[in-house]
Design a protein around this ligand. Structure first.
Ligand code: ADP
Length: 483
């Protein structure tokens, strides 16, 4: 499929270091998770390359920092335009290495481009403040200045958007950034770098370092010149990276795991809620930190919901993401297949009811049959851990206070969904849910202008919105005295 791209040069195998496309003798294979077909092999960068990238990013920083925000914005906007112009090729590359259906990959390109455009403008609004003085004859002010060299460690489930969300903010703020993409999806990152270069990105401002995650991440986080890092991935890995960065006291932004409750009361339109819940559960083939991992349904509509949700799930098309009509692609990582299998078998043996799916996919390999489990209880594995695959868990509930307590009884706190037409109830729940994001009566709420992020062990900091820019800025208080 990659042979059909209009621009074959978007398939890049070399790392992008200090404005130079750099090949390495050692390479890492990238394969199509749907069929194991080898797509390409990318450079394995060494820890010495990581050091050189930091030095280059540091040199590039001084000029980039001093440019007018509008000038940085022009480059980001041109980059966004190139992402839109080449969306079809970028989406095809992504579907091949990541597995998601092409329509979702195309959606991700527009999501990614929106971050670049949005931050291009927000960079011009990095306002400071003046403070009425408490000292005689003094002027007090605060300026916001870029933190310096930054690092992004990005995941395989949104291989383009997570880079754009971080780089858009960092670069608009006047920082330089080194991206270490997930080893499963480096081609999307490198294609973005190619377009950044075309947009006129100065050497060293944006770099992509490919290779083995552990040695590269470690080296980057040990480097004192790296002042901030942003990570999206599992809570487990986020904790390791936060520990590594502690020795040099870096600013840290972490977008970690989720375990979203989807709370559905009996006063809603059932047909619409079922279809919204299908989106909230099965987007990105379930490999999504916003996925509805615990679907709580009020008793009076429980049986009807389970039947309708099971029916809708059994109609999802599983296949290669490039085949028209595919809803669910392969899992990007084989470990997800195993995790789904474990959660299903543990739940069934503990008394959950298999409504549909459950067996190994006839397509084999990294495919998982979309599965619905009903009568799930809070102590089952699937109700305690993020699934990250197309397995839905439905749990009945009776009253509001009870479901609220159950929804909050987790160390995760990324997103929660509430479905009700009772305004008072919606208000009470949005006030009390311990989550960074709460969506009422909609599965769609993300985008460039909103502060994306989690409470508790779902992360630190926010991405997108004016909050996202702050992750890359330091406050500098200035006092002019004896005036
Ligand atoms: P997931 O669990 O969703 O696959 P991970 O947290 O494993 O996500 O991976 C997200 C990113 O973290 C990827 O870029 C991956 O290469 C990197 N990564 C994974 N393990 C480590 C580690 N021990 N040290 C540094 N980076 C890691």
């Amino acid at each position: 499929a990659l042979k059909t791209l209009s621009r074959l040069d978007l398939i890049e195998r070399r790392a992008f270091l200090n404005g130079v496309w750099t090949a390495r003798d050692e390479v890492l294979g990238v394969s199509d998770p749907a069929n194991g077909e080898r797509l390409a092999a990318v450079a394995v960068c060494s820890p010495a390359d990581a050091d050189a990238a930091v030095a280059a990013a540091r040199r590039a920083f001084f000029d980039w920092r001093d440019r007018l925000p509008a000038e940085r914005g022009m480059i980001l906007r041109l980059w966004a335009k190139l992402v839109r112009d080449n969306a079809r090729d970028l989406a095809t590359i992504m579907t091949c290495e990541q597995g998601k259906p092409l329509a979702e990959a195309l959606g991700e390109m527009s999501y990614a481009a929106n971050f670049l455009d949005w931050f291009a403008a927000e960079g011009e609004r990095a306002y400071g403040e003046t403070i009425p003085s408490h000292l005689p004859g003094s002027h007090l002010s605060v300026q916001m200045q870029p933190v310096g060299v930054t690092v992004a460690i990005t995941p395989w489930n949104f291989p383009a958007a997570m880079i754009a969300r971080k780089a858009g903010a960092a670069l608009a703020a006047g920082c330089t950034m080194i991206v270490k993409p997930a080893p499963e999806t480096p081609l999307s990152a490198l294609a973005l770098a190619k377009l950044a270069e075309e947009a006129g990105m100065p050497a060293g401002v944006f770099q992509v370092l490919t290779g083995e995650a552990v040695p590269l991440a470690r080296r980057l986080l040990e480097n004192t010149e790296v002042r901030a890092f942003s990570f999206t991935g599992s809570t487990e890995v986020g904790r390791i990276l936060l520990t590594h960065s502690a020795a040099t006291v870096k600013k840290a932004s972490l977008e970690l795991g989720g375990h979203a409750p989807f709370i559905l009361f009996d006063d809603v339109d059932l047909a619409r809620s079922v279809s919204d819940c299908i989106s909230a559960k099965f987007a990105t083939s379930g490999q999504d930190c916003l996925a509805a991992n615990r679907i709580y349904v009020q008793r009076r509509v429980y049986d009807r919901f389970v039947d309708a949700f099971g029916l809708a799930t059994s109609q999802l098309n599983v296949g290669h993401g490039l085949e028209p009509g595919t809803d669910i692609g392969p899992m990007t990582r084989p470990s997800v297949v195993e995790k789904c299998r474990q959660q299903v078998s543990q739940a069934v043996s503990a008394g959950a009811r298999l409504v549909c799916g459950g067996q190994d996919s006839p397509l084999g390999g990294n495919f998982v049959s979309p599965t619905v489990l009903a009568d799930v209880t809070d102590n089952m594995l699937i109700a305690r851990e993020e699934t990250f695959g197309p397995v839905a868990a439905i749990l009945p509930f009776d009253d509001e206070a009870d479901v609220l307590a159950r929804a909050n009884a987790t160390e995760m706190g990324l997103a929660a969904y509430v479905y009700t037409n009772d305004l008072g109830r919606a208000m009470r729940l949005t006030d009390r849910l311990e989550y960074g994001m709460v969506a009422v009566n909609t599965p769609k709420f993300t985008g460039a202008p909103i502060p994306f992020g989690g409470w508790k062990q779902s992360g630190l900091g926010r991405e997108g919105a004016r909050h996202g820019l702050l992750e890359y800025l330091e406050a500098k208080y200035v006092c002019f005295g004896n005036l």
